[in-house]
Design a protein around this ligand. Sequence first.
Ligand code: ADP
Ligand code: MG
Length: 245
Amino acid sequence: MGHDTCIEFQDVVAGYKDFMILNNLNLKIQRNAITLLIGPNGAGKSTVLKTLFGLLKPRQGKVLFDGQDISGATQKELLAKGIAFVPQGRNLFGQLTVWQNLELGGITLGTKTTHERIPEVLEFFPRVKERINSQASALSGGEQKQLEIGRALLLRPKVLLIDEPSIGLSPIVVQDVFKLLRKLVDQGTTVLMVEQNVKSALKVSDDAVALESGRCVLHKPASELLADPNIERLFLGGHVAKASI
Ligand SMILES: Nc1ncnc2c1ncn2[C@@H]1O[C@H](COP(=O)(O)OP(=O)(O)O)[C@@H](O)[C@H]1O
Ligand SMILES: [Mg+2]
């Protein structure tokens, strides 16, 4: 099977203070695809994204991007290489306008490039575009998430890391966000997404990775997992099941 690896975790150990969360994680993320990261609360899903984005430094092992070791690189270096991160929750400057939030997102690009790219990015988000002069905090939850994604897209990332984008959004808006991710992949982006909304996320994803205690316990095509009659029992237990129906 010919697959092209974009990101690779090699035996990565990472955590907080003395408490290790990723325990010799080995994982290959396919280029130009959506990889969905699932697993119980506390499994280390967000920690995987934070390690990739330089918020945590591996204690052991390596993280490779395009075959290059990026373990310990700074966020600035990672952004310059084309890795962008949309964290969980709300991450806008609520008092500032939509336009100002976008301008700040392009701070590493310089004003000229930023101003050229803002209209391009806004083409993806007509609702946000209409509200360009509104205070960010006045947008709906869905529009705010779209603005956050737009801010990340200003950098024309090769890799987009996105943590639980569906939280607080209506099912229709979630579908819009998923469709947008699909479009980005069609244009050459690689997406690594954490999502509790497992069933609908699997439908837009190419690959599924399940983590448990900081280890990869499953890695297969999303379509295969979706067709697995045991999926409910395996991954949709407890509150995850409720959230995904
Ligand atoms: N900043 C932090 N300091 C200490 N422990 C943390 C921190 N962030 C997360 N943890 C712990 O690391 C574990 C894994 O967290 P996380 O990667 O956020 O899990 P997931 O995203 O899979 O729910 C959890 O037990 C959590 O309490
Ligand atoms: Mg998390």
